[in-house]
Design a protein around this ligand. Structure first.
Ligand code: SF4
Length: 364
């Protein structure tokens, strides 16, 4: 089948859709009507949009389309975490993860790029490199698809990709999340996680409201640069300064994600340095014990280490929450489901995990 060249309405925020329809000679309020069908009722068929005239529906059908994503595979773990793998129109794949919360509430973790350019050594996605940015529609459609499957109460941009490396499309997706005619999420329900692209962090803060999470994972430049190459461009001092400048609402905090890796960043000294680094920042620390897997040379910290580390933070009056990685029995860290799939597709690599070989290369 020929590639569908019609304009995808899922890429428009309300303003853009209004302009687009005005260009077709239509009334401005039509944009809100179409949006409410697409997002309020998750309808992707113009014929079902009963408050639009037949003529308008036919014109829209001819010039535009409403894209959607349908999961190609879904994996569910014993704790109820559900992972969706979506195949995009160009055959690339991305994934989203639904994480159950109390009651029948759920948080959805979504991707913003195919692959990722940041190359964090503890991350499977990082080992693939960046393939391309997702469109606003592809970002938003992950939420629409999961909503077909049950309620979504919170959204975290923490799946594949560095959201701030795809800033314009991510901001447009956030606008669609927030619009009452769109998915109608409050900004407090949406969290964006970054590896620390400092200029883009500041630009994000100027352009739109969102909870910020920073993937920190180390307390010295030496260790952080080894784990996260982005630190060579934006070292800790600059990163912390940007966090201090990031606009926060009263009672809002920046979340710092800290993956505890055995003998790499889990010492008492690290804990004390972390307290100093975050001094003066309204912070909340999420401690995530590293999840050992075949493709990684790193080890999980001992139970005792994790408690001591957390204890030091708590003693200094910090908010430090221990997070279990959910869905351990499916594919734990971001990128692992895709990893499994491409291991199968690229069996000619002999199953040698790319990350391991790269990591060895770096150390020698
Ligand atoms: Fe990219 Fe996040 Fe993986 Fe780092 S941890 S490589 S930013 S997807």
């Amino acid at each position: 089948m020929d590639h569908d060249t019609r304009i995808d309405l899922k890429n428009f925020n309300l303003e853009e859709l209004t302009e687009f329809l005005a260009g077709m000679g239509k009334e401005r309020f039509r944009a809100g009507q179409v949006m409410r069908w697409m997002y309020g009722r998750l309808v992707d068929d113009f014929d079902a949009m009963s408050d639009l005239s037949k003529v308008l529906r036919a014109e829209l059908q001819q010039r535009t389309r409403i894209s959607r994503l349908v999961p190609e595979t879904t994996e569910e773990s014993r704790d109820g975490t559900r992972k969706y793998l979506f195949r995009l129109e160009d055959k690339e794949t991305i994934e989203s993860v639904r994480i159950p919360m109390e009651g029948d509430r759920a948080t959805l973790c979504i991707s913003t790029q195919v692959g990722c350019a940041m190359g964090c050594v503890f991350c499977h996605t990082g080992s693939f490199g960046l393939v391309r940015n997702l469109t606003p529609g592809e970002i938003v459609n992950q939420v629409c698809a999961a909503m077909q499957d049950g309620p979504v109460n919170n959204i975290v941009l923490m799946g594949m990709g560095e959201p701030l490396h795809n800033l314009d499309n991510v901001i447009k997706a956030l606008q669609i999340f927030y619009m009452p005619e769109g998915l109608d999420f409050g900004p407090r329900k949406v969290t964006l996680s970054t590896a620390g692209l400092v200029p883009e962090m500041l630009e994000l803060g100027r352009r739109i409201r969102v909870n910020l999470a920073v993937s920190l994972n180390a307390t010295t430049d030496e260790v952080r640069s080894r784990l996260m190459p982005v630190n060579r461009r934006y070292p800790l001092k600059q990163l912390m300064q940007a966090c201090r400048e990031f606009p926060l609402q009263p009672r809002q905090r920046i979340t710092f994600e800290y993956i505890l890796i055995r003998d790499v960043n889990d010492s008492d000294q690290d804990a004390r340095r972390l307290v100093r680094l975050l001094h003066g920042i309204k912070a909340k620390v999420n401690l995530i014990p590293f999840n050992e897997h075949a493709a990684s040379p790193f080890g999980a910290p001992s139970e005792e280490r994790v408690s001591r580390f957390q204890g030091i933070l708590l003693d200094r009056g910090m908010v430090a929450i221990r997070r279990a990685s959910k869905g351990q029995d499916i594919s734990a860290a971001c990128g692992q489901l895709k990893g499994k799939l491409s291991d199968l597709q690229h069996a000619d690599t002999g199953g040698v995990p790319k990350l391991l070989s790269q990591e060895k290369g770096r150390r020698t």
